[in-house]
Design a protein around this ligand. Structure first.
Ligand code: A3T
Length: 148
């Protein structure tokens, strides 16, 4: 899994079109979304994650919580983003993993949204620019060497 973490004044998105034949079904109110003072987690789920989804979910949640507490962000946006890797996991596996990350984060005291999966989306972001405002993380199941 590859994550790009951006601390932003806000993140807003608008669903434009289907990017998969069968995108995640969404309600009207999910076609647009916005959070203020947010840690945006742009996530590419990778093939290697299919070997142990539960472990990568746990590691991703820990990383996101750790960064959120350091930058004192109470809002997190889980954002499916297929552009951080050339070895993407299958969509059905990726969606399940992203849903689990959202659920686990919600168990804590963070306010969490997840952007819809399987769509082209317009989005606006306002990176804060402090030293911890732009971070990336590579997460793999243990026992898997990550080819650089
Ligand atoms: C396109 C761009 O504007 C938008 N932001 C986009 O990326 N859309 C992606 C994700 O929502 C999702 N998706 C499919 N596979 C994956 C995967 N392995 N990991 C994460 N998302 C995935 O399916 C869409 C097409 O790849």
């Amino acid at each position: 899994m590859r994550m790009l973490l951006i601390h932003s004044d806000y993140l807003e998105y608008e669903v434009k079109d289907k990017a998969l034949k069968n995108p995640e079904p969404i309600r009207e109110e999910q076609k647009k979304g916005r959070l203020e003072e947010v840690l945006a987690a742009f996530i590419s789920v990778e093939k290697v994650d299919e070997t142990n989804p539960d472990e990568v979910v746990k590691k991703a949640v820990n990383e996101i919580k750790d960064v959120a507490s350091h930058i004192k962000a109470k809002n997190v946006f889980v954002y499916p983003f297929a552009h951080l890797s050339s070895e993407l996991a299958k969509p059905d596996v990726a969606l399940e993993i992203l849903k689990k990350i959202e659920e686990r984060l919600k168990e804590g005291d963070l306010n969490v949204k997840r952007a819809p999966f399987g769509y082209y989306k317009a989005f606006k972001l306002s990176c804060k620019g402090h030293p911890l405002a732009e971070l990336s993380r590579t997460i793999v199941p243990s026992g898997e060497a990550k080819a650089e």
